[in-house]
Design a protein around this ligand. Structure first.
Ligand code: NAD
Length: 244
């Protein structure tokens, strides 16, 4: 049901067990493009669709093309990005003891940059990277500043980001913890996600309460099942509902 910001603010003010479930839309006001907005990565011209480039088989078979896309379209916007008001407001809600966990599909680590402590990254993070041969760890700077087309470890192995690529499974512990927080939440805020990337999107179905809030720029599937729906930009909305 459509709601106004006063209604959403009241639910948040009264709740002491909020869980946040977010996606790429949270990064757009920090200048990181999402996938499915009009100016998102799916609407840019490439030789291959982004979900194909960001798949495990593509990484194995075409690492050079994978890294050309990934460095330019993911790492460069992410490396120096700053958290926006939505990230900061969520951190504030956690500090006040109201927000119990952030479950995110994002790989930009902006929640941690904002200061949030309990962040469950369903799809991993671009900020950690690992040699596929010897397991040595690398930073995002190591990968971005590597002058080779494909970043290589000193042992000769290819370095891969610690993100969950398409075709790969999610980390079981992160999944179980996310489901646990969502199923025990009094209030669940869904924000900045098209809710079409599975299995992540299915986790919101574990919510059992009647304070389900959606804050999203565009419509998502099955909005009729959501208690409070507001279409708007996350940063602007959080400015209205959470004072820092
Ligand atoms: P998506 O691109 O499919 O959908 C983004 C949604 O956010 C859209 O519905 C759009 O209307 C909404 N949106 C855009 N800007 C917004 C704003 N300022 N405020 C509120 N809503 C806004 O994103 P998704 O559902 O997260 O799925 C895409 C996948 O891509 C995820 O798995 C994620 O890992 C990955 N991804 C991550 C990043 C990142 O880490 N920042 C960026 C791009 C893609």
């Amino acid at each position: 049901m459509n709601a106004n910001l006063d209604q959403i603010k009241e639910v948040i003010n009264k709740s002491n067990n909020i869980v946040f479930f977010g996606g790429a839309g949270l990064g757009t006001e920090s200048n990181i493009p999402d996938f499915r907005s009009k100016d998102g990565l799916y609407n840019m011209e490439y030789d291959y669709p982004p979900e194909q480039i960001l798949s495990y088989s593509f990484f194995i078979n075409n690492p050079k093309e994978f890294y050309r896309f990934y460095k330019n379209k993911c790492l460069k916007p992410m490396i120096n990005a700053s958290p926006n008001y939505a990230h900061l407001a969520l951190c504030e809600l956690e500090k006040r003891g109201k927000l119990k966990a952030i479950v995110t599909q994002n790989i930009d680590s902006l929640h941690q940059k904002a200061g949030s402590k309990k962040v469950l990254e369903l799809h991993g993070t671009s900020f950690n990277n690992t040699c596929t041969k010897c397991g040595k760890k690398f930073t995002i700077e190591d990968v971005l500043n590597d002058k080779n087309d494909i970043p290589l470890c000193t042992c000769g192995g290819i370095i891969r980001p610690d993100i969950v690529m398409y075709e790969e499974g999610l980390n079981n512990q992160v999944v179980n913890e996310s489901i646990n927080y969502i199923s025990n939440a009094k209030t669940l805020i869904i924000c900045g996600t098209s809710l079409v990337v599975y299995p992540a999107a299915s986790f919101v179905n574990f919510y059992k309460g009647n304070e389900l809030i959606l804050i999203n720029k565009d419509e998502v599937p099955h909005e009729e099942n959501i208690n409070y729906v507001y279409h708007g930009k996350a940063g602007e909305v959080f400015k209205e509902i959470v004072e820092i």
